[in-house]
Design a binder for this molecule. Structure first.
Ligand SMILES: [Zn+2]
Length: 151
């Protein structure tokens, strides 16, 4: 099982679940293992964030497409596959900040929802590894409808 959640709510998971940070950096006081293959930085270290797509016709779809392209890239995809192999099917959690940091709070204020790269990670995993059960916390479930057709 792969749990998709936030740093904050990772405390609610069963203790045997191995927690990984899927964020570019971690909140103060956290020292999780790094799942850098799921970070949103591209090969030029540029961050792929929802706000770069706000002027596009379909901002959410454009954002999702850019991230999926990133994870589908040959080098990155190999890294993800290696990461998954190294997990040997054990229960892990991928954690990010949302929606407990400034950008997400602003999105919640403005749009009544927020966008998180972990929902795209979930979509990518479902497409590429349908055999791996996914668990999304209620924060990510509430926004999954915005960015994906099927989970
Ligand atoms: Zn997030």
């Amino acid at each position: 099982m792969i749990y998709l959640t936030s740093f904050k709510r990772s405390r609610e998971l069963p203790s045997e679940v191995v927690r990984y940070s899927a964020a570019v950096y971690q909140p103060k006081g956290y020292k999780m293992w790094e799942a850098s293959c799921f970070k949103i930085t591209d090969s030029d270290r540029k961050w792929i964030r929802p706000r770069e797509f706000i002027d596009k016709k379909n901002p959410l779809i454009s954002y999702r497409r850019a991230l999926v392209n990133l994870y589908d890239g040959r080098v990155r995809k190999n890294k993800i596959e290696k990461f998954l192999d190294d997990c040997h099917g054990s229960d892990i959690a991928l954690c990010c900040w949302c929606p407990y940091e400034k950008a997400a709070v602003r999105q919640l204020d403005q749009f009544g929802s927020f966008v998180c790269h972990l929902s795209v990670v979930g979509y990518w995993l479902k497409e590429n590894h349908p055999e791996i059960p996914l668990w999304l916390d209620s924060d990510r479930l509430s926004m999954a409808v915005l960015t994906q057709k099927v989970l």
